[in-house]
Design a protein around this ligand. Sequence first.
Ligand SMILES: Cc1cc2nc3c(=O)[nH]c(=O)nc-3n(C[C@H](O)[C@H](O)[C@H](O)COP(=O)(O)OP(=O)(O)OC[C@H]3O[C@@H](n4cnc5c(N)ncnc54)[C@H](O)[C@@H]3O)c2cc1C
Length: 428
Amino acid sequence: MNRILDVNEKLAYVVVEPGVTFFDIYDHFQKHKINLWISVPALGWGSVLGNTVDRGHGYTPSGDRQHFIGSMEVVLPSGDILRTGQWAVPNSPSAHACSNSFGPQVDGLFLQSNFGIVTKLALHVDCAPASFMNIKVHCPEIEDISPLIDALQQLDREGITQNHAMITNINHFASHDAPKHAQQSVPGPLTPETITKLKEKYQTGYWRGSFDLYGPKELVLARWARIEGVLKEKLPTARVENTFYEGENGKPVDNRKIGTLSAGIPSMSPISLADYNLPADGTGAGAHVDTTLILPCSGKVVLEWFRKAKYIMEEQGVDPFIGCHVFPKYILFVQEYVFDKTNPRHREGGRKVVDALLTEAKNVGFANYRSHIQHMDAVQDLYGFNGHIYKRFVETLKHAVDPNGIIAPGKQGIWPTKKAGRNREGKM
Ligand SMILES: Cc1cc2nc3c(=O)[nH]c(=O)nc-3n(C[C@H](O)[C@H](O)[C@H](O)COP(=O)(O)OP(=O)(O)OC[C@H]3O[C@@H](n4cnc5c(N)ncnc54)[C@H](O)[C@@H]3O)c2cc1C
């Protein structure tokens, strides 16, 4: 189960089995000189199929991976094999190009799901562009996240931006360079003095936004001109920088020269984030647990939420560790709790932070899009409209397709019925 089954360079898709990693696809494109880019997540070692069905995201224009599924092959609990989209049409030449069905769309039933095992996935990827530009926006103050998000939203409405922007706060990106003890000797969250020092060291602000442009040079430069204008108007105190790359002799740009996630280059370097709060004596084991909420793409709402999250995290003596993924209409707001998993106090702090964030999220109507297995029931409870009709409906489907509750009972808070003897109360 680790084969790359098909690559279609013209229609820009790949067909993979579950074990294929982002590194594997990248290496395959390089080896066979295929002018495609795969949208990698922060860590390249994961499974392309696993990341897609978990609603993961990469950083190129096709980063919102779940919406770039071409087709799937699924083994159902009955043992039947199902194919979705045009792959359900025998011998269809559009099998991997079009996910439309005739009737209800069922590929979504296998995302974050315990209805079947996906054995093959067709995923649409990006064409290597003729040129590429990375844009970074350094915003000095905490409040600047509000106009930054509104500016990005405006640029999306105008059809200017192409991939989702990633906004991180200062300790998040500083963590890729050095652990906390190297940045501050006093315990607790970063002090205003340390934040000032880090801003100078990394020549940045409290927030750093990053996004990219792809395509023919004329279009990239035209988009850039509009972006520069909007950012100057909305964020007069921000520093904006860009880096431009162009392919040679009419060929697409070589992403190895760019070297970033947003150019489809897989990496393992972001894993250093997990070691950020380890002690200076070299002991401990780095870990992180995140609470990623879906917020609307509105600067005011995000700033208000950030202030609450900051307070909740600082109460536990840790920094608000934020990665804010700005999609056109919504935001995936990642709040990382980075800790030493050998330290019982850190572990307890993590539980308190997640519980407090979920409680506050419920008060304002936010919910997670993904979660650690430990919190799946709590997150599912946030989807409570009409007596949890969503959960009741999906559990009805679960019972219909898997009456014995064989596959991943309780995944995403979806449990088999009591009759199957594997329900939440029975705990298997
Ligand atoms: C520092 C750090 C940064 C990260 N950054 C990102 C990021 O930028 N973007 C992002 O998306 N993620 C990110 N992650 C999360 C991580 O990379 C993902 O969890 C990973 O991509 C999932 O791949 P996996 O191989 O672990 O999948 P798995 O854990 O194998 O699968 C994920 C889920 O899919 C289900 N699944 C897997 N295979 C099948 C199958 N064949 N049929 C049905 N269901 C299946 C599993 O039940 C599981 O719940 C980050 C993690 C860390 C530690």
